[in-house]
Design a protein around this ligand. Structure first.
Ligand SMILES: Nc1ncnc2c1ncn2[C@@H]1O[C@H](COP(=O)(O)OP(=O)(O)O)[C@@H](O)[C@H]1O
Ligand SMILES: [Mg+2]
Length: 234
């Protein structure tokens, strides 16, 4: 259940890493509210904890302290199995490196989250085909990642993230390895797909122009939120 339009809320998030005998603080008290259909950019210099935060928001990593509530569920109270099911259903992830499986075709890679969710194969295959068409790759469905360009691989990753129709898309510098043209095309695609289906997009980016097009910009510094800028009220 979504509370007052808030799809994601974090409370006092802390994350420390243990390296031998020393404790490295990375996040120290992040309170964040994200509304349904909002596009949120997370910015900040390298090493300040942006990826760590996004992984915790996507439930791929547990915080040392604090909570994350997604669609009304206090996610880290779930056991690992329930959490994995919740993640697969609710969150779509796009990483800096595509993380596609090299031995599978674009179509099979996009189908994967649907297969994990145990949906009927024909339905998954049809949806994967249609998502690949949405991202402009209808002519590349049977290509393997090694036979695709960097921009195409990221577009396959976008289609894969949408497979289970998640409300929440998390993208960690998804165009970090692309040239300017491919990067612009990927951002336009992410924006359009998110707006069209009223999905929530949280994107870590170094691109200030891009951040200006988000509804809200969250600036992280030294593990805390330094500033929140609202570009548009949603
Ligand atoms: N698994 C880990 N073990 C120890 N330190 C880590 C680990 N992952 C990240 N860090 C440290 O946490 C800090 C933040 O990393 P990260 O979240 O990747 O930053 P950003 O994405 O903002 O560049 C860095 O100093 C990094 O070295
Ligand atoms: Mg990072």
């Amino acid at each position: 259940m979504i509370q007052n339009g808030r799809i994601l809320v974090t409370k006092n998030l802390h994350k420390t890493y243990q390296m031998g005998r020393s404790t490295i603080p990375v996040l120290s008290g992040i309170d964040l509210e994200v509304y349904e259909a909002q596009i949120v950019a997370i910015i900040g210099p390298s090493g300040v904890g942006k990826s760590t935060l996004l992984h915790i928001l996507g439930t791929l990593d547990r915080p040392s302290e604090g909570s994350v509530i997604i669609e009304g569920t206090d996610v880290f109270k779930l056991d690992d199995k329930k959490l994995a099911e919740f993640r697969n259903r609710t969150v779509g992830f796009i990483f800096q490196f595509h993380h596609l499986m090299p031995e599978f075709t674009a179509l099979e890679n996009v189908m994967m989250p649907g297969l994990i969710a145990g949906k009927p194969k024909k339905r998954i295959s049809d949806r994967a085909q249609s998502l690949l068409t949405d991202v402009g790759l209808e002519h590349r469905v049977n290509h393997r990642p090694g036979e695709l360009s960097g921009g195409e691989m990221q577009r396959v990753a976008v289609a894969r993230a949408l497979m289970n129709d998640p409300k929440l898309i998390l993208a960690d510098e998804p165009s970090g390895n692309l040239d300017r043209a491919a990067s612009d095309a990927l951002h336009e695609l992410l924006w359009n797909l998110s707006r069209k289906d009223k999905r929530t997009l949280i994107i870590v980016t170094h691109n200030h122009e891009l951040a200006e097009n988000a509804d809200k910009v969250v600036e992280i510094l030294d593990g805390s939120i330094k500033n929140i800028q609202f570009n548009q009220i949603v």
